[in-house]
Design a protein around this ligand. Structure first.
Ligand SMILES: C[S@@+](CC[C@H](N)C(=O)[O-])C[C@H]1O[C@@H](n2cnc3c(N)ncnc32)[C@H](O)[C@@H]1O
Length: 324
């Protein structure tokens, strides 16, 4: 009989620095069974999308969703009555046809009585260029609550107003400032980059050093994306769970903001990277993109933002718009 060497050993492999941070190497469903009811104020995750990444075996969408439903039932059990579940997904793709996973997941959460508060669009400016459909430039986060009495701290996540000096121009408040001095609601469209593409693109020799958070994981969360959910949907001392923790981005965001965190991950190599990142963060060595840092916009005078001279002469192109 051959032994699978990559088979994970289950159990808590380390109490990370404080007794209330745990990274569990093991299977999500089996591990969840061991957690108490209502332990977590926030479950935030990006589950496997069933697209054949190195950590998953692609199966029919029906089978995949059936298994995920079993996990979701357990996640709802471990979520507190004031708590939230943030489910971040993109598309499952089969022979060029896309299946937006949030459409399917919404039905499952609704069946268990959860209430959708926002369907957040996470927009990013870069990615693969499609040739038979429009290039995908967003994924979504479904934010569900278990009840109507839920934690929501809007002031913690306000962003600077575009026009802070704007005043009411008519009515009883005419002349008074119309905005909030703490900033505006960040809305349900978030432009958060995983890498500082904006800098690296314009500064090509420094590509490597300008990727502050990227590890070898194929689809990790930007820490900033999780931080916004954590600040808005939990309190200091709350417990946060990422049941598919990958390289620990949700744990980093939690620890950074004084929330207790548990992550479950089946791949030992990702758990090791997560541990190292947490250690580095504690020692002040981890590069993180600061929350609410504006996304870089190139200046019209930047060389890279200008039409190249070759493209100014259409006779030099073939029918695909490519240079002959
Ligand atoms: C989309 S990734 C999440 C990445 C994570 N958000 C991060 O920032 O690194 C999904 C993760 O779930 C893990 N995973 C998949 N199935 C699992 C299971 N049954 N039990 C535990 N982990 C699992 C994969 O190894 C992968 O790292």
């Amino acid at each position: 009989m051959t032994m699978k060497v990559e088979e994970p050993i289950e159990g808590i492999i380390k109490q990370l620095y404080r007794a209330d941070h745990q990274l569990v190497l093991g299977d999500t469903f089996k591990t969840l069974k061991t957690f108490d009811d209502q332990k977590f104020d926030l479950v935030i995750t990006s589950p496997p999308y069933n697209v054949g990444k190195e950590y998953e075996t692609k199966q029919s969408i029906e089978k995949y969703l059936e298994q995920q439903e079993e996990v979701i039932a357990e996640l709802i059990r471990v979520t507190s009555n004031k708590g939230s579940i943030c489910w971040q997904v993109g598309n499952y793709v089969d022979k060029g046809e896309i299946f937006p996973l949030d459409i399917f997941y919404y039905q499952i959460f609704k069946k268990y009585g959860l209430k959708l508060r926002n369907r957040i669009i996470w927009h990013f400016g870069h990615g693969l260029h499609a040739s038979k459909r429009f290039s995908g430039r967003y994924e979504t986060i479904l934010w569900f609550t278990k009840t109507d009495d839920y934690i929501f701290n809007l002031d913690e996540v306000r962003v600077p107003s575009k026009y802070p000096g704007k005043r009411h121009f008519k009515g009883p408040k005419k002349g008074q400032l119309s905005g909030n001095p703490k900033g505006k609601n960040p809305s349900d469209i978030w432009e958060i980059v995983i890498r500082d593409w904006e800098k690296s693109l314009w500064n090509i020799p420094n590509v490597k050093s300008n990727h502050p958070e990227k590890t070898e994981h194929p689809c990790q969360f930007p820490v900033e994306l999780v931080e916004r959910c954590i600040l808005a949907l939990t309190r200091q001392g709350s417990w946060v769970l990422d049941p598919y923790a990958g390289v620990g981005s949700a744990l980093l965001a939690s620890i950074k903001n004084e929330r207790n965190a548990v992550g479950i991950e089946k791949k030992k190599k990702y758990v090791s990277i997560a541990e190292q990142r947490i250690k580095d963060m504690k020692e002040g060595k981890l590069k993180l993109r600061p929350i609410n840092k504006p996304v870089h916009q190139p200046k019209a005078t930047d060389k890279i933002a200008q039409m190249p001279k070759e493209w100014k002469n259409p006779s030099l192109f073939n029918n695909n718009g490519k240079h002959e």
